[in-house]
Design a protein around this ligand. Structure first.
Ligand SMILES: [Zn+2]
Ligand SMILES: [Zn+2]
Length: 96
């Protein structure tokens, strides 16, 4: 069952809820909201930009990256699974 128009790539998004909570996500999808963890309201990104290679490598290297919780992500809910699995197409060049 192909899910049309879900082929786009995730972006880096900034979210600002009316309750004052602010967060960032590397799995920010156009026209998709994320749920505010404080007040449980859907929030659309106030700002989005293309993901940079450094965003992805940083997120892989650090353990303190913010958790992406499926129940707070509209795209995850639509897909029925973690929405970030397709972003692993990045060629993993390891400099070290
Ligand atoms: Zn809120
Ligand atoms: Zn998601």
């Amino acid at each position: 069952m192909p899910t049309a128009s879900l082929q786009t790539r995730p972006r880096f998004g900034e979210y600002r809820c009316s309750c004052g909570r602010y967060w960032e996500s590397r799995l920010s999808w156009a026209r998709s909201y994320q749920i505010c963890k404080r007040c449980r309201k859907p929030v659309y990104p106030t700002n989005q930009r293309e993901l940079r290679q450094s965003d992805l490598t940083q997120s892989q290297g650090k353990e303190n990256r913010p958790e992406h919780q499926k129940e707070f992500c509209q795209m995850c809910q639509q897909l029925g699974h973690y929405c970030g699995t397709n972003s692993n197409n990045v060629k993993s060049r390891r400099k070290h």
